[in-house]
Ligand binder design. Sequence first.
Ligand code: ADP
Ligand code: MG
Length: 615
Amino acid sequence: MSTQAPETREFQTEIRQLLDIVIHSLYTDRDIFLRELVSNGADAIEKVRYLQLTGEAVKDQDLSLEISIATDEAAQTVTITDTGIGMTKEELTENLGTIAHSGSKAFIKHLAEGQKQDLNLIGQFGVGFYSAFMVADKVTLTTRSYRPDAQGYVWESEGTGSYTINEIEDSTRGTQIVLHLKEDAQDFAKEETVKRIIKQYSSFVPYPIVLNGNKVNTVQALWTKNKTEISEEEYNEFYKYLANAYDEPLFRLHFSSDAPLSLNALLFVPQDNTEQWGFGRMEPGVNLYCKKVLIQEQAKDILPEWMRFVKGVIDSEELPLNISRETMQDSALVQKINKVVTSRFLKFLGEQAESEPETFKGFYDKFGVFLKEGAANDFTHRNEIIKLMQFESSKTEAGKTTSLADYITRMSEDQSSIYYVNGPNREVIEAGPYLEVFRDKGYEVIYTKEAIEDYVLSLLGEFQGKKLVSADQAELDLPGLETPGDEGLNEEDIQTLTTWLKDILGSKVTEVRASKRLIDSPALVLSAYGTHSMQRMMQLANRDLGQTSPSILEINSRHTLMKELNALRAAEDPFAQIAAEQIFENARIAAGLIVDPREMVNRLYGILERALKKS
Ligand code: ADP
Ligand code: MG
């Protein structure tokens, strides 16, 4: 009985759009609505259990924690009831009607981009509740919060523009959802249909699901069972339940450890990296249990942040039940678990790279970005992560990669360091002057195509006892590299030419010197601050077109261009200065630095004019 006039409210725009798609979709696999509603019920029960464990006052303390489903063919309804935390009026309007999560927008976008309207992913976007409207033309939801002095409410909607909220007399804790089934969805009022769907999607819900009075799921903590007792299918179903996924995981790791601490872990890597699709940052995906009791869903500090793409369960009997989000971070035990599980996971990935290189490559293409993030930020595991990193190099085919360890096996006898160079892509790196000397010596060079990779390698400094050296580093100490012989400019000319160049280029350079590493190119620039990728980052950050970050200019004293330049200089031809400036700009372009095009275009016209006159 209502104690107040019903209140009508409008859905927010994004929810309206979403509902419009859900209602009118021709989507055939509508079964998933049940998975979504059951999983909401299970979430709500999980929260009650947690409140009870931590000693919070909860209404109807002794109510059994379960989800019951009733089908009614005559009334054409299916009703899902849980004894979870329920919702207050504020929570109702917040959770069902407003975009509580950014998910609805992203989901609409995802649907718009897809070939077919695949609503299967709805749960992953945090808007699973609305899938009820795939099968129902009216949803009546009755809810009563666990808070002792809360009020009960009925929320009702036909899924069009609005919903109503109505206060009710006192009721027991939890939520009941009645779905008034559409004409074409009568099948869902049949017990056997519902039973089949629950078996398919909800076998791993950790609370009893009671259908018309009979329990239909076997509640079990799969991760505590022996590996040999678990079938492939059970693992996959568990993953689908856990990750709201519809496909199978890419990798699975199930292990237990006794020392240094006792734990069970079951981890999965999904098929896809949703961050790559642009859906924002993932939440952590691992739930923390103590002896099968859920302590924290999507626990934050149990694994390093970069491992947020991993879904699964960690169960350790050593954890205190009442550990809170705040105390997690400081707990030495949590840190220990973090280290054990992360190291085991990295070791597992290493094994996959060995035994299933193709699958691992697929994994790396999608999830390598997380490994790079880890290598940059996770000091504890950096050395292990780096072993998994993959790079193209001067000795791999385009598109193929190598690890640092494999690189070492190919090192020349007289080579003591690992060399790497940064550039936007293979073509640009190979066209540049930096590889020349390495090519000549037959040394392999790693190509880092992202600034973060370059950063990680410079951070690391060395790998398995070999120094990591940036190939565009100013001071390059290559074994057996000789100063060019007499076919080039002589010492005296070099001295005059470099002094003259330094004069002309002024503050743009800190030094001009003869190069020990150029073979085919006339000149190159080196960063006066470490490497070019660092300098490029500084340029971007300071919106600096390059005039204020000086370089070291190295010239190839054997190159015809340099010999000609020196002759012009000696003859005091004013064109020598123009040529010198252009050579310097070209070297900057080859280094991937940003140059000011305006000045250069005018200079080039001058050069063209002279060239055309001569010919
Ligand atoms: P998600 O479950 O990913 O948060 P949903 O659209 O399924 O997204 O549900 C939205 C929110 O509505 C939930 O986060 C929860 O706060 C609330 N909710 C839904 N169903 C229930 C329920 N049975 N009991 C309590 N709260 C619920
Ligand atoms: Mg949900």
